[in-house]
Design a protein around this ligand. Structure first.
Ligand code: ZN
Length: 389
């Protein structure tokens, strides 16, 4: 089946203006001003989008795909998010993580859930490990997990500067980082260490030290939650400037940003620094609980992360005059580069047909994942296996 999309306002993520797109077998095979001629014998579907915005499907690189939480007793374990929670949010690629609970949640269930999402039509990967050391793994080591398990592309989210961490030392971090780096070399996978930052005053110290004393390249360190407090955010900017690291913002519900910056504020501040746009990414912490703790380490409030915050953040910035082609790379091309997802993040010939058709305020009206419509004219065509029960 050929799908021909006419008159799209294409953000690839660059603003390409009005273009026609032809899709076949899950891939983009033509983008241009002409209407490709197809032999009438070929099955096809033609949609005139009349200038509607078309963007790449988003990559949400930090999702608790098995459900996270569990930090306030067993009943606080967040249920597994279902397929439409991603597709309704414009997300076509996810990377699953384990967090605080890397014991009752494990690599086995994480890998299985990545396979489940793949079976349902999404592109999905995951990390080996979780907050703690020794790392939760499936095959005995993170290096072996990355080399032997198709969906595993790195290690994360390993916690530092947090009361919930294993209080890792510099040697611990170097050992884990070298494992994931070597596994990346052996496989061509990302081989990155995705690091959860807490509110502790040590901040990014362990990453800075790792980059100073070791031969490890900066590309393998991908610290997240950088906007959770203002001091950490400033430290993150310095890490980009001095080491050319890529830092990750967490987009949380607005009510939950104190004492940090919302992702939108973080992006505006990042723009003001004139640091390279390519060194910033954004993820949602979808399916995770976003707890606030008092000084005794007790939870005072909790929200559940959801991928929909990503497009909401871009919409908020668009309203403030920041154009989509500037902000889309944080959830498309930049993160695809960090994760070495070669056919993702960009709408171009030869890339996967992962795309969203959006309204001007970035509501998802259509979503295609690997050439298959999941949402069409606002109707959910494909739902998760148990969503309609
Ligand atoms: Zn985290």
């Amino acid at each position: 089946m050929f799908t021909l999309l006419l008159n799209t306002h294409l953000f690839s993520p660059e603003n390409n203006g009005i273009k026609n797109i032809l899709i076949c077998s899950g891939k983009i095979i033509y983008i241009g001003d002409d209407i490709p001629h197809l032999d009438p014998i070929l099955p096809r579907e033609t949609l005139d989008l009349e200038g509607a915005i078309v963007i790449p499907g988003l990559i949400d690189a930090h999702c608790h795909i098995t459900g996270g939480g569990g930090e306030s007793g067993p009943s606080s374990r967040v249920p597994t998010p279902m397929l439409s929670q991603y597709t309704r949010a414009g997300v076509t690629s996810v990377v699953g993580v384990l967090g605080t609970d890397d014991l009752t949640r494990n690599t086995q269930t994480l890998v299985t859930q990545a396979y489940a999402l793949r079976e349902e039509g999404l592109s999905a990967w995951c990390y080996s490990g979780g907050y703690h050391l020794p790392l939760m793994t499936l095959t005995g080591s993170a290096r072996s997990d990355i080399v032997n398990l198709d969906p595993v592309i790195g290690v994360g989210e390993l916690a530092i500067s947090d009361h919930r961490s294993s209080q890792p030392t510099l040697d611990d971090i170097l050992r884990v980082a070298s494992e994931t780096h070597v596994a990346g070399l052996m496989t061509g996978k990302a081989g990155i260490l995705h690091i959860h930052l807490g509110d502790g005053s040590r901040g990014l110290d362990l990453i800075r030290q790792s980059l100073t004393v070791s031969e490890l390249p900066a590309r393998i360190f991908h610290p997240t939650h950088i906007n959770r407090n203002k001091t950490l955010f400033d430290e993150g900017l310095k890490l980009v400037k001095e080491h050319n690291c890529t830092i990750d913002l967490t987009a949380s519900p607005d009510c939950d940003t104190d004492p940090g910056w919302s992702a939108a504020e973080g992006i505006l501040r990042y723009h003001n620094t004139k640091l390279p746009n390519a060194q910033l990414t954004m993820s949602s912490d979808g399916g995770g609980c976003l707890p606030k703790f008092n000084k005794d380490g007790e939870i005072t409030s909790m929200h559940i992360g959801n991928s929909k915050i990503l497009l909401q953040t871009l919409a908020q910035l668009k309203e403030q005059g920041i154009c989509l082609e500037q902000t889309l790379p944080y959830v498309t091309t930049n993160i695809a580069r960090v994760l070495r997802l070669k056919s993702k993040g960009e709408l171009a010939v030869g890339m996967d047909a992962d795309l969203c058709v959006c309204s001007n305020d970035l509501q998802v009206n259509y979503l295609m994942a690997k050439g298959v419509w999941h949402i069409k004219d606002n109707c959910q065509h494909i739902a998760g296996t148990f969503e309609n029960n």
